[in-house]
Design a protein around this ligand. Sequence first.
Ligand SMILES: O=C(O)CCC(=O)C(=O)O
Ligand SMILES: [Fe+2]
Length: 373
Amino acid sequence: MAAENIGSYKYNRMEEMKEFDESKMGAKGLSDSGITSIPRFFIHSQETLADLKPRLKPSQKPITIPIIDLSNMNSSPPAHRAQIVTQVKEAATTWGFFQVTNHGVSQSVLDSTIKAIKSFHEKPHETKSPYYKRGKGPGIRYHTNDDLFRARAATWHDTLQVFIGSAPHIEEEELPEVCRKEVVEWDVWARMVAEMVMELLSEGLGLEAGKLKELTLSGYRVMLGHYYPWCPQPDLTLGITSHTDNGGLTVLLQNQVGGLQVRHGDDWVDVMPVHGGLVINIGDFLQIVYNGEYKSVQHRVLANSSKEPRISIADLFSPSDWQASGSHGPLPELVSPEKPALYRNFTHREVLQLFYDEGLVNKSLVDKFKLVS
Ligand SMILES: O=C(O)CCC(=O)C(=O)O
Ligand SMILES: [Fe+2]
């Protein structure tokens, strides 16, 4: 009897998910349909849901990730740059996350990028559905949850993914017309910011500023244009489940609707949207390359309880030879008898195996390639 119940539940769940996926309506379509309760495959475990409650007592002062002002980074005396390097190092060591302001990207570029991604998601079904697909590798696609059929529960957001291979530019005409110009422009700006931050991170460890450029860490990029629609039951699901980013560096542009939270000790800390700010975080790959000096930290997004949609654009930067057969591991400059390598070398093939065979959920490269001492 119990087994039958479990069996029929599993069967229905899969059927329901398939039906939802095939409808290509996305989480936004569900939200717009006027439902008052979410489909059960979006409902997370009791354990996950219990962890959504804030642990900070109301009397405690809210804390947030460091905000680093990059103005006059190069025009002021070198001591000013050194100060910025110290702040970046401190933030990447203790938080793995920080926001940068006065990074050289104008407010109008930030605003038009957010607007363009919002417009794509708010286009009618006929415009979006040709892009609704799942798959691997380079390409452009839109869907709800990359790993819908593998995850324990779905999450309340839709994403427009643009994979940009090692090629110097995107196939522009493949992009949805509504955001084509902005996606291409944003790619250039985000890359500029990523390279600037990579220089600061390298300098923080006494490496040459260009060390990671040498590794062409921004040669393989993925842009994730997320849309978190209003959720009628935000206490039962999430926007994105807790994860670490597996690549090198992530540059995240968000609108003013919060929801991103970062793990800090035993707490989940809100990342308050800062006008004109960009969120930067260290991915697993960079933690390994920097031999554990900088941290790749768990983060998640709460389901959106406001009527205003949350828009975020995450650009994930990885090495251009990510696809090649080369082996990766801690930089030799950072390994010494006092600081032995914490991770073993690995190949791209091993990483692919992790993602596509075992699924992305709860898989961290850092744990996988850690050397036991
Ligand atoms: O929407 C956000 O703020 C976070 C997105 C994110 O964590 C990701 O795309 O990896
Ligand atoms: Fe992330």
